[in-house]
Design a protein around this ligand. Structure first.
Ligand code: PHE
Ligand code: ZN
Ligand code: ZN
Ligand code: CA
Length: 479
């Protein structure tokens, strides 16, 4: 959407006046029997392991992960390697600061309408005084784990999902400012929401939700509803320009985020509500050398990462006038095999121009079996079936000939759909179905809408007498 910059001026970080908006009715009514809103359980075990890794990086690099120091680039490279391995398209943006070179890392999930971007970020740098495990290892690790869980979920998002790890926040929000300053206006206009997470595991935690209530921004309320649903009392906080959402909010992009507190003191009333120590800082190690792996409250971290997961899952699928993928298009790549063995994995040599069997169209086809001895062969392709589909059909032509006789099944080809760890066989064809002619088969795969699945043709031949299953012209189309 197009938008005008907000005419907001931000008080600089020093103006930490009334961080917790005074006088605002902030405490949510907690439902008697909270029912958690839909969303994934982001693994706190995995997130804690990411914190261990960030601590190890700091320890190996002079005790910090600060801008211009080797521990920062090591952090970027490690997070990038995890995201690359999960299938993200990552970009590293270099910029210079008076403290040295810094980098932003942005990861984009390669699906969803690129005209509608939902971005989740936090800063990856620490101050030079310490390893920065609560500030902001917690936000970084939680965002990383959510990104990995998103990739593993196999969902097809409506919107383009991005995750950002900012550099040089501690020097004055430089990374996020740099990103927005260099992003063309047309690209800024595509960002529907920016979610920020900076310090989400404070040792004496509060549960704060950024009080950003710009027009059209329902994200703040989605966060508070989420905390209500899991029985976590929360308060609004006016974070002003104190973290990386500021560069987005200045441009008029809706922003939201959570925070568990820094140098401010927990009041007696807050200690009553949240537990912990009254009249003491939320994070006594804020910007200090003791902001180590030990400086994190696991419960606060667990609750906040599940809030991140809830927001990413729901905003990934939110309708922003999203252009839905066109129906009727074949989602199978290289469907007639005419590009050879590309886009398909499985048994090498199965995709062939061998004239021992004819292709239905062109010269290439997949010839499975035909060996006359015990063999297992397959061809497989991953296909993203849009959530917006009402119908989805897998269709293909198969030509079966055999040296077997009679109606006993000896050799088979199964057509399977693999979704996550579950394999379902939708059709089985055998020597008993041999006609020597191409026959078209159509299977309903509408139950897999919104999933990325593997379509698999799996052939098993027994010890003697060949059966050839020749597959051509595969399609998966939605309506
Ligand atoms: N951005 C601050 C820092 O990194 C922490 C903070 C986050 C403060 C959110 C207020 C709100 O030091
Ligand atoms: Zn900080
Ligand atoms: Zn921070
Ligand atoms: Ca062909």
């Amino acid at each position: 959407m197009k938008r005008l910059p907000l005419r907001t001026t931000f008080a600089v970080a020093a103006a930490a006046t009334a961080l917790v908006a005074a006088g605002v009715p902030t405490t949510a009514a907690v439902p008697a029997t909270p029912a958690a809103l839909a969303g994934p359980d982001i693994s706190v075990t995995n997130t804690a392991a990411h914190l261990d890794q960030l601590q190890a990086i700091a320890t190996a690099n002079g005790g910090n992960r600060a801008t211009g120091r080797p521990g920062y680039l090591a952090s970027v490279n490690w997070v990038k390697s995890k995201l690359d391995a999960a299938g993200y398209t990552t970009t590293v943006q270099q910029f210079s600061t008076s403290s040295g070179t810094s980098y932003n890392l942005v990861a984009e999930w390669p699906a969803g309408d690129a005209n509608h971007v939902v971005m989740t970020g936090g800063h990856l740098d620490s101050v030079s005084a310490g390893p920065g495990i609560n500030d902001n290892g917690t936000g970084s690790a939680g965002i990383l784990e959510t990104a990995l869980a998103w990739a593993a979920s196999g969902q097809v998002p409506r919107n383009r999902v991005k995750f950002a790890f900012w550099g040089a926040e501690e020097q004055g929000l430089l990374g996020s400012k740099n990103y927005m300053a260099n992003l063309p206006t047309a690209e800024k206009d595509k960002i529907e929401l920016y979610l920020n997470f900076d310090m989400i595991g404070s040792p004496n935690p509060g549960y704060f939700v950024y009080d950003d209530n710009a027009a059209g921004n329902g994200a703040r309320d989605d966060l508070t509803s989420y905390f209500d649903s899991v029985g976590v009392p929360w308060e609004y906080i006016d974070v002003q320009g104190r973290s990386d959402h500021a560069a987005f909010r200045t441009y008029g992009i809706p922003t939201a985020g959570t925070y568990t507190g820094a140098e401010e003191y927990k009041t007696a009333a807050q200690a009553q509500k949240w537990g912990g120590t009254a009249n003491a800082p939320f994070d006594p190690c804020y910007h200090a050398s003791c902001d180590t792996r030990a400086n994190v409250n696991t419960t606060a971290l667990d609750r906040n990462i599940d809030a991140i997961g809830h927001m990413v899952w729901s905003y990934a699928q939110k309708t922003y006038g999203t252009t839905l993928p066109p129906t009727g298009e074949n989602l199978v790549k290289n469907p007639s095999f005419e590009s050879g063995a590309v886009s398909w994995t499985g048994t090498s040599g199965a995709i062939t121009t061998n004239t021992g069997r004819p292709a239905r169209t062109g010269t290439w086809k997949a010839w499975l079996g035909g060996n006359g001895r015990t063999t297992t062969e397959n061809i497989t392709q991953s296909v993203a079936i849009p959530a917006s589909a009402t119908t989805a059909a897998l269709s293909f032509w198969v030509r079966i000939d055999t040296a077997e006789s009679g109606s006993t099944v000896y050799d088979t080809t199964k057509v399977q759909v693999v979704s996550g760890t579950t394999t379902s066989t939708l059709g089985t064809y055998s020597n008993a179905n041999a006609t020597g002619n191409y026959v078209q088969k159509t299977l309903d795969v509408s139950s897999y809408k919104g999933k990325t699945v593997s379509v698999k043709f799996l052939t098993n031949e027994d010890a003697s007498l060949q059966t050839s299953f020749v597959v051509d012209d595969v399609s998966l189309t939605t309506g």
